[in-house]
Design a protein around this ligand. Structure first.
Ligand code: SF4
Length: 795
């Protein structure tokens, strides 16, 4: 696709799971300007500080521009041959489970799809896991246990329609700012809307809360168990809904009622009066949405916390209705897309289950795969343990930086260093992980990539390129497909363009799907390059029998234009237009961003954002939309702004179509000890992202908070002899970091908070995850990154 420099390109923000639409304009001199897309249903024109500063992060400084082997420049063919031959040899000598992919919520769905297909269907192992394991795996586990599928029931409009929003373990104001802005604007219109914040810290989100419950770390299961017991005791249950659409209520209630109010107060660290106030508010408010994110998920009880929340919504029938439901918001731009293609080690593609023989047979048939993984693979923490003890001998890391971001990061770094063969495909040359690669492969970055992402409300949007790929950078899907071809799977990986991969992904989602599976975008199975280019944001499901595909454009399902292609389920079709595309240059196929002469070496002009719509900018609120749909959507329109909800009328994805109440333990856990008496809570700040490889480029973003810090309650500071702005050494049994002390009553006594962004690249001894423990939730495998026993001392 040629870049039309006079045109604004409609794309999607690469940061958080809100998934805001962005309009990018490239001037003739190379200057890039951005503004929020006024037509995108996630943000209606808003951008937060990170989105507004995107122009400052797209220069070529530090880019990995050429394949390297052992630190020397290499050609693509040599590098790809080496990766393919080493993986093939390792599999032949040690079996398929001796290799692994560790991928990322930064990948586009098409990248993710191809990587998952190679590992699960052609290598024959499920050893592909993702940094999304650190983000929302507990929500996946909770959804699957309760609903029989990883289904997010609601949508963003619910936040504007609710009369009560309960925010649990979520600093929405900083971590999902545009959603926070939407709530704030809705509340301005309807001042009666109530907001409760459940968080051990008083954060910026507290500003909007009517009630802040400064809960003890990991007190959430006790809090929501107490709520369930209160609802039962005060006749606030929806008995009809429970009887018609659920099982397991009585035993769940019995477990929840094991503590009385005094016991709940003790377990949560909250007063009985504030507990009673919250419980009464929840019981009395039909339109209630409970929003939760990492404070719930990143816990050794993460799955139970999720189910404790869902239990309360099932018990009141407050699910899938306008303004009501449990709502997991994801951290990464494409955590949801990764879930959809099976990017987690315990999932199959298209939300099918790896433990289900019928699902495995279906996927194998569809892919015409020689083998298919028969059991779940290793989840992230276990995967790096297997690297450490030598079970995994060849590891490919894509678009992520585990040397800084995994718990017990020093041990992970040692494991990667000792691994016989490490491939890293990434955008940057100097990350702490790339430094340990035997082969490093230059990937295209945001602004150059072409594909789709899914946001927290199941809305699939396009990321479109507006910059030429620099140097020899290539899309991740292309890199994986080229390796697959060299491993002997040329026919199955003959993908010529992301549109073709998306069409295959859509076809698989609808393949033999009679409505028994939630994820279905079969309506787009025959999409052609033109339809893909024009694809408007849409929420799934989008089943093949649904009517309008895209308002104002030709149907992408035009059967008359489809021609059959072998190798994918035997029957998957490809349009005439795509067939022409396939015939293009095999190395740089038509339908993808071409390199223009001179682009490879020309420095990219330093871009300046002219727009700068910052977090508090007054973008007018677009009103909640009319025509909400209740119940499980069937044959619904899938485009435009019509919100789609699940489960108001039951019809879950379990064998009997009933939701499951899940009994949970109403307890708190404290893992402090004499030498490590404080609990460290880790998290994000407003203006940085992950390990700062992108936001660290922006001086403007670095102005907000310029250095790593630790929030300490005054009593703890005094006890440890620490004054404001002192340099503090935080240590755990695994490591230590140096940060600035910020003494504040926002913090609970006994707990401290530190952001996770800074690495040794940005601050001396700044890698916070050198402290964190590899302790995980036993069901989801998600690490407990918000509950680490530490010591603090003045440095
Ligand atoms: Fe990007 Fe901010 Fe929107 Fe998140 S809220 S998608 S970071 S603009």
């Amino acid at each position: 696709m040629e870049i039309d420099e006079a045109r604004e390109v409609r794309t999607t923000c690469p940061y958080c799971g809100v998934g805001c639409g962005v309009l990018a304009k490239v001037a003739a001199d190379g200057e890039v300007t951005f503004r929020g897309d006024p037509d995108h249903p996630a943000n209606f024109g808003r951008l937060c500080s990170k989105g507004s500063a995107l122009a400052e992060t797209i220069d070529l400084d530090g880019r990995l521009l050429h394949p390297e082997i052992g630190g020397r420049l290499a050609g693509w063919d040599e590098a790809l041959d080496l990766v393919a031959s080493t993986f093939s040899r390792t599999i032949a000598e040690h079996g398929p489970d001796a290799v692994a992919f560790y991928v990322s919520g930064q990948l586009l769905t098409e990248d993710y799809y191809v990587a998952n297909k190679l590992m699960k269907g052609f290598v024959g192992s499920a050893n592909i896991d993702t940094n999304s394991r650190l983000c929302m795996a507990s929500s996946v586990a909770g959804h699957r246990r309760a609903f029989g599928a990883d289904t997010v029931p609601g949508c963003y409009e619910d936040l504007e329609l609710a009369d009560l929003i309960v925010l649990v373990g979520s600093n929405l104001a900083w971590c999902h700012p545009v959603l926070y802005q939407r709530i704030a604007a809705a509340r301005e219109k309807r001042p009666g809307m109530k907001i409760v914040l459940v968080d051990p810290r008083r954060t910026m989100t507290s500003d909007i809360a009517d009630l802040h419950l400064a809960i003890a770390p990991d007190g959430d299961t006790a809090l929501f168990s107490g709520l369930l017991a209160h609802l039962a005791k005060n006749q606030a249950l929806d008995r009809d809904y429970i009887a018609a659409h659920t099982t397991g209520f009585e035993e769940t209630l019995a477990a929840a009622a094991s503590l009385d109010l005094a016991g709940i107060a003790a377990a949560t660290g909250l007063g009985e009066d504030e507990l009673s106030r919250f419980y009464a508010l929840f019981a009395a408010t039909e339109k209630t949405v409970t929003v939760y994110s990492q404070g719930v998920n990143q816990s050794s009880q993460g799955s139970d916390k999720v189910n404790a929340i869902i239990n309360c919504h099932l018990a009141t029938g407050r699910i899938g209705k306008p303004g009501a439901g449990p709502f997991s918001v994801t951290g990464q731009p494409n955590a949801m897309g990764g879930r959809e293609v099976g990017g987690l080690a315990n999932m199959l593609a298209a939300h099918m289950e790896i433990e289900n023989p019928a699902h495995r047979a279906r996927v194998r048939r569809f892919w015409n795969a020689p083998t298919l993984a028969e059991k779940p693979g290793l989840k992230a923490v276990d995967m790096f343990n297997a690297v450490a003890d030598g079970r995994i001998k060849a590891l490919w890391i894509m678009a992520t930086n585990p040397v800084d971001s995994m718990p017990d990061a020093d041990a992970v770094e040692a494991a990667i260093k000792a691994c016989p063969f490490v491939v890293v495909s990434d955008v940057l040359a100097g990350t702490d992980t790339v430094r340990h690669a035997h082969v490093s492969l230059p990937a295209t970055a945001w602004g150059e990539k072409d594909g789709t992402v899914t946001n927290s409300e199941r809305r699939i949007s396009r990321q479109r390129p507006f910059l030429a790929a620099p140097g020899e950078a290539r899309p991740d899907w292309w890199i994986v497909a080229e390796v697959a071809k060299r491993m002997g799977f040329a026919e199955a990986f003959a993908h010529a363009a992301p549109a073709e991969i998306f069409a295959e992904h859509a076809a698989l989602s609808g393949y033999e799907n009679d409505g028994a599976r939630d994820f279905d975008i079969g309506a787009h199975a025959g999409i052609n390059a033109e339809g893909y280019e024009d694809l408007a944001p849409f929420q799934w499901p989008a089943p093949a029998l649904s009517s309008p595909l895209r308002e104002g454009s030709e149907s992408a399902l035009s059967g008359a234009r489809q021609a059959s292609r072998r190798g994918v389920g035997g029957e998957v079709s490809v349009s005439a237009n795509e067939a022409e595309t396939v015939a293009g240059d095999p190395l740089w196929p038509a339908g993808h961003l071409p390199l223009k002469e001179g682009d490879q070496s020309a420095p990219r002009p330093s871009p300046i954002s002219k727009v700068g719509e910052w977090a508090q900018s007054a973008v007018p609120l677009v009103s909640p939309l009319e025509g909400e749909m209740a119940g499980r959507p069937e044959g619904v329109g899938t485009t435009g702004r019509q919100p789609i909800r699940f489960f108001a009328n039951g019809n879950f994805y379990t064998p009997d179509r009933k939701a499951r109440f899940i009994p949970v333990r109403p307890v708190t856990e404290t893992r402090t000890g004499e030498n490590f008496p404080l609990i460290l809570n880790t998290g994000r700040i407003r203006d940085h992202w992950h390990t700062m490889t992108r936001t660290g480029k922006s001086p403007r973003l670095s102005q907000h908070i310029a250095e790593p810090f630790v929030e300490i309650h005054p009593a703890d500071a005094q006890h440890h002899g620490i004054g404001d702005a002192d340099i503090v050494r935080i240590s755990s049994p695994r490591g230590a970091v140096l940060v600035r002390a910020l003494i504040t009553t926002r913090q609970r006594p006994g707990s401290v908070f530190a952001p996770m962004h800074w690495t040794d690249q940005f601050a001396a001894r700044g890698r916070l995850d050198a402290l964190t423990a590899p302790l995980t939730d036993p069901i989801s495998g998600q690490p407990a990154l918000k509950h680490v026993a530490v010591q603090i001392e003045k440095f």
